[in-house]
Design a protein around this ligand. Structure first.
Ligand SMILES: N[C@@H](CCC(=O)N[C@@H](CS)C(=O)NCC(=O)O)C(=O)O
Length: 88
């Protein structure tokens, strides 16, 4: 059985929704990377939507949240997100 490795103490969350084609591209790419990413649908969970809005001022998805235990970094742009995840 193959298990995706947790990347040390860093937690990754992808803010997305189902009908977004840019999100679909990132979701497909997740199958190819060896990183655990929590999926946070901003349409089905308003807490996720408001967390992203409060932190970034934007509702644009996909958005990758990177939590290192102290700080959160928010990354937009599907291509940048995919490149980043593939580089881990
Ligand atoms: N260039 C961006 C486009 C992202 C984008 O346009 N996302 C749409 C959903 S498909 C969106 O969130 N629109 C609402 C908004 O930007 O507030 C990418 O590749 O990630």
């Amino acid at each position: 059985m193959t298990r995706k490795k947790p990347a040390n103490n860093t937690h990754y969350s992808l803010y997305y929704y189902d009908s977004c084609p840019f999100c679909a591209r990132v979701l497909r790419a997740l199958d190819q990377v060896n990183v655990e990413v929590e999926l946070r649908n901003i349409m089905s969970d308003s807490n996720h939507r408001s967390d992203q809005q409060k932190a970034t001022g934007r509702n644009t998805v996909p958005c990758l949240r990177i939590d290192n235990g102290t700080d959160s970094e928010w990354m937009f742009e599907s291509m940048d997100i995919m490149r980043f995840l593939q580089s881990l």
